[in-house]
Design a protein around this ligand. Structure first.
Ligand code: 5AD
Ligand code: SF4
Length: 350
């Protein structure tokens, strides 16, 4: 759809509820017409909160010494993968902090192979979200059987990126872009995304984010509202933030506009949206999202994986997360793509 930057900015600033609800309805219509009515599920396994980075917004940044660091065992991850198989999710996401040691790269490779073997009758799709890695590591994991990778650009504006990250070589905007290029080169379906409602972020920045996604020709997108965390440096900027309901509404508009700009990609309804509203993810689906990532992390460590505060479902286990989500989708008559990978149509058509 031929939306230009100015029109995007205007829609992001739009206050008239009727115009906004028309935008969501149009995005939903385009979604159904292009990628279908179904929502695809990816069981999310948060394998570890150990991270070498120190992003100024994130609760598990390396400088936060109040976090109990954990690493799931191989068997715990495999149990979660079994849960996903039995639940009919079709795909899993292995997410964790960024690590660069050799043992980590090797363990992930072994895990991917084990999960493939475990699910050989009906192979699980495997998405990774393990940060920036050297090209060889991306290739190694791809060869082992992972085929999708999520790495948010966080913001496509170099200056804003520098404001929300420490200024050192491991937090460089250019390296982040290079990592996305490496992932594409390796053959992954590439997903990226941004945080919405950051301090100093304008509608112009967000419009540029959407145009960046189109320019980069991404396959998948996961975006969500920025949520302040008291044990991070950016907590001190909290008075600059939009109220939560406006951050959610802006996030929903971003989803809808992206669906109009890139009708055939996968767009996730993210947990951060649910943090700002109990039905935030369902609202995102009604605004054009088609992927949900139910949390399957074992209950004992969920509370340690807090990128932001008030993260929902901390007390739940995988089964409760599953039934809650299904209930919501059923209520809205939204079909679930059981036992399917639900790959990005854009990737398949390319
Ligand atoms: N609020 C919202 N999202 C956050 N993330 C990290 N910290 C926060 C926060 N405070 C997001 C980042 C990261 C993803 C794993 O979680 O976008 O890429
Ligand atoms: Fe680490 Fe990701 Fe948090 Fe940054 S946002 S500190 S890379 S877990």
């Amino acid at each position: 759809m031929g939306l230009d930057r100015e029109q995007i900015v205007e829609l992001l600033n739009e206050k008239d509820p009727q115009v906004v609800s028309n935008l969501f309805a149009e995005a939903y219509r385009i979604k159904v017409e292009t990628v279908g009515e179904e929502v695809y599920l990816r069981g999310l396994i948060e394998i570890s909160n150990i991270c070498r980075k120190n992003c100024l917004y994130c609760g598990i940044r390396s400088d936060n010494s109040t976090v109990n660091r954990y690493q799931l065992t191989k068997d715990e991850v495999l149990d979660a993968a079994k849960f996903a198989i039995d639940a009919g999710y079709g795909s899993i996401v292995i997410q964790g902090g960024e690590r660069h040691d050799k043992a980590f790269a090797r363990d992930i490779r072994k895990l991917i192979k084990k999960i493939k073997r475990l699910s050989r009758e009906n192979p699980l799709g495997i998405t990774l979200s393990l940060g920036e890695q050297p090209l060889e590591v991306y290739e190694d994991w791809f060869d082992a059987g992972a085929h999708r990778y999520l790495l948010r650009i966080e913001t496509s504006d170099n200056q804003l990126y520098n404001m929300i990250h420490p200024s050192d070589p491991i937090h460089s905007f250019n390296s982040r872009v290079q990592a996305l290029l490496d992932l594409k080169y390796t053959g992954y379906q590439v997903g990226t995304g941004v945080m919405i409602g950051l301090p100093f972020q304008t509608a112009g920045h967000l419009a540029d984010d959407l145009l960046f996604f189109r320019e980069f020709d991404i396959d998948m997108c996961g975006m969500g509202p920025y949520i302040e965390h008291s044990q991070t440096p950016m907590w001190s900027l909290r008075t600059l933030l939009l109220p939560p309901e406006e951050r959610l509404s802006l996030s929903l508009k971003m989803v809808a506009l992206l669906r109009l700009l890139m009708p055939d990609i996968n767009i996730a309804a993210t947990t951060a949206m649910q943090t700002l509203h109990p039905e935030g993810r369902e609202m995102a689906i009604m605004a054009g999202a088609n992927v949900v990532m139910p949390n399957m992390t074992i209950q004992q460590v969920r509370k340690e994986y807090k990128l932001y505060e008030n993260k929902p479902g901390i007390e739940d286990d995988a089964a409760i997360s599953k039934s809650r989500l299904e209930h919501f989708l059923n209520e809205k008559n939204i079909p679930i793509g059981w036992n399917r990978w639900g790959d990005s149509l854009r990737f398949r058509n390319r």
